[in-house]
Design a protein around this ligand. Sequence first.
Ligand code: HEC
Ligand code: HEC
Ligand code: HEC
Ligand code: HEC
Ligand code: HEC
Ligand code: HEC
Ligand code: HEC
Ligand code: HEC
Length: 452
Amino acid sequence: MRPRYIYITLLLLLVLIPAGYYYVDWSKGGMGAGLYSHQWQPESGQQYWYPDAFYKSVDSMSGEFTGEQCVQCHSSVTPGIVNDWRKSGHAKVAADGSQVFCSDCHGNNHQNLKMPTPDVCAKCHSQQHADFQDEKRYGFPSHALAMERAVDAKHFVDKPKAEVTSCIQCHSVATKCDSCHTRHRFSAAEARRPEACITCHSGPPHPDDATYFASAHGKLYQKEGASWDWSKPLKKGNYPAPTCAYCHMGEGKHQVADKSIWKFGIRQINPLSSGNVVKREKWVKLCSDCHEADWSRQQLRGMDAERKQAWGKLYKAEGILKSPRSDNLLSPAAGERPPYPNDWVDARWPRARIGFFEGQASAFYNVSPIERDYFEMWYFDNLGAYKGAAHGAANFVTKGHQNMDRALIDIEAEAVRLRNLGEAERAYLGDRYDPNKLWLSGEYTELNREQN
Ligand code: HEC
Ligand code: HEC
Ligand code: HEC
Ligand code: HEC
Ligand code: HEC
Ligand code: HEC
Ligand code: HEC
Ligand code: HEC
């Protein structure tokens, strides 16, 4: 190779690398947050869910106050908050006479109030905060990374505001610490109960609530939980049956991703990789608080077998979808529906998208019915079956697989129908029916983006 080519390549890199950094920096500099911050603006309620990015203090009141003054005035302004605070560990007078006042979390200056982020709690609870931050090394999904996951999702910025405003309510588990121990009681006992998790861990892609309550553990909790002593930490011997936090945050470790193998059930994983074998043994150790170790290992292997079966079905569906797609029988086809914001590659060279890497973001809307069937099979039936297997709810496994079998039959029949329809159209029109701009200017398009 001539030296000139090396220089040119080096020069190009010298320009392109800073340009890349500059672009990412710029993309985060808009009114919203995350990679698409220029495409959306926060609603005023969202400032409480993502205080670091959006909170602006009220300025109707001026003055700096002591902790006692905050409590005194707020006893009439927000009595519920003050009552909860009084019952909390924070109001307890310590040996040195100190208490944790409103001002310790919100600041003293009423025109420059703060909504507390995890960093504020870290001042006094460094262990929990450190655990929580450390979770990031396990990658997605994780509580510590939940906010970026939501705002960097393509469908978050693409869909109409009304449908996505609350995404960051659940995903605020990353940006404030009052998700499981709610303000202003901040009670550890409350967080140990399953109800603390299910405000967010419910609904068809993640039916953790329904699968837990249908399991032997959940049944025991429902029957006897009222008489358990919730002031005890989540340790071996303290509880007769496990709750969400017992299994996922054992011994009070503020991490939920450290044992995760199947990661939401959304992609195929090899449970026998060396890293996953280590994680599995952590699960077995946990189950062994109450069960025999080998018995537990077998239960967990049952979940792997369920996953293998499910992925067989999902691949089969993707196989059926291949030919209508390559023969241009889908309507709308790739290129007939709007590309995602900032997705210049897709705008120039539209390609069909399905499966893990594209599927979740792409398949929510503006897809043909057969693709939507596949999406529901993958995102609802498959994930429901997974959670059934993970949490020991046999009825969810059966139901999920029944639905997947049904979806396969429907997808197969629809593929045949599309092929016949395509042939008829081509015989009659000489070409495939052209939807023109129908899908490009309908619902979920530029029009809606303007309102983001
Ligand atoms: C003399 C009465 C008074 C005192 C003292 C007072 N507050 Fe307030 N506070 C209010 C009122 C009234 C509001 C509602 C203001 C509004 O909505 O514009 C409020 C609102 C708030 C809010 C909600 C802000 C928001 O954006 O939702 C917080 C947090 C707060 N106060 C904390 C404090 C703290 C901390 C102190 C002590 C440093 C304090 N307050 C002292 C009267 C008081
Ligand atoms: C241990 C820290 C802590 C203490 C102490 C504390 N708060 Fe808060 N407060 C929070 C957190 C966390 C939030 C939720 C922040 C968010 O939504 O972004 C909050 C939210 C609020 C809000 C706005 C949301 C709402 O529910 O209306 C008000 C008002 C408020 N606090 C008032 C008070 C008052 C008054 C006191 C003292 C009696 C107090 N806080 C003590 C942590 C604290
Ligand atoms: C100024 C120090 C300080 C700050 C800031 C603080 N805490 Fe605390 N926290 C305490 C003290 C002191 C206790 C009481 C410990 C005890 O009961 O022995 C406590 C207790 C707790 C408990 C346990 C209560 C129980 O039921 O056992 C939780 C949960 C908690 N804090 C959460 C938070 C959260 C969340 C934040 C941030 C929004 C926060 N704290 C901010 C000092 C603080
Ligand atoms: C405020 C909402 C909220 C609450 C409350 C909440 N979570 Fe989560 N949780 C989430 C979100 C959002 C994610 C997905 C994060 C992402 O997209 O990366 C998640 C992810 C998880 C994961 C998946 C980790 C992985 O690696 O696959 C587990 C396990 C989990 N949470 C357990 C719990 C438990 C146990 C509780 C109750 C003690 C709880 N969560 C309470 C919102 C919440
Ligand atoms: C009811 C609470 C809730 C709402 C609302 C919600 N999510 Fe989630 N989300 C979760 C939970 C819980 C998980 C993790 C489930 C698991 O690990 O099993 C999750 C997972 C995810 C993931 C996958 C994480 C990964 O790493 O694979 C993405 C992306 C995501 N959510 C984005 C969004 C977007 C965008 C919206 C709004 C359209 C939204 N979420 C609305 C609770 C919620
Ligand atoms: C996913 C739910 C969840 C979230 C989010 C969460 N906690 Fe906790 N927290 C718990 C549970 C469960 C316990 C009880 C642990 C036990 O029994 O050992 C707890 C207990 C605590 C305690 C009391 C510890 C003790 O030994 O008494 C403190 C302090 C605390 N959390 C602080 C925080 C802080 C700070 C954050 C934000 C970084 C946070 N928590 C976020 C679930 C959560
Ligand atoms: C008996 C222990 C146990 C209980 C109780 C439990 N889980 Fe799980 N959970 C598991 C196991 C095991 C998995 C599969 C983990 C794996 O291999 O990835 C799992 C998976 C999950 C996942 C997906 C993360 C992943 O690793 O794929 C979430 C989210 C979750 N559980 C939330 C909850 C919630 C919320 C509750 C309470 C309503 C709950 N769990 C109760 C054991 C438990
Ligand atoms: C804190 C104690 C405790 C822990 C930890 C625990 N379990 Fe259980 N489990 C129980 C109890 C109690 C029962 C009810 C026994 C019965 O049905 O007679 C049960 C029942 C079950 C059942 C139903 C058994 C049957 O015969 O139908 C399964 C499956 C199960 N557990 C799996 C697990 C797995 C897997 C883990 C670890 C991820 C685990 N358990 C962790 C206490 C626990």
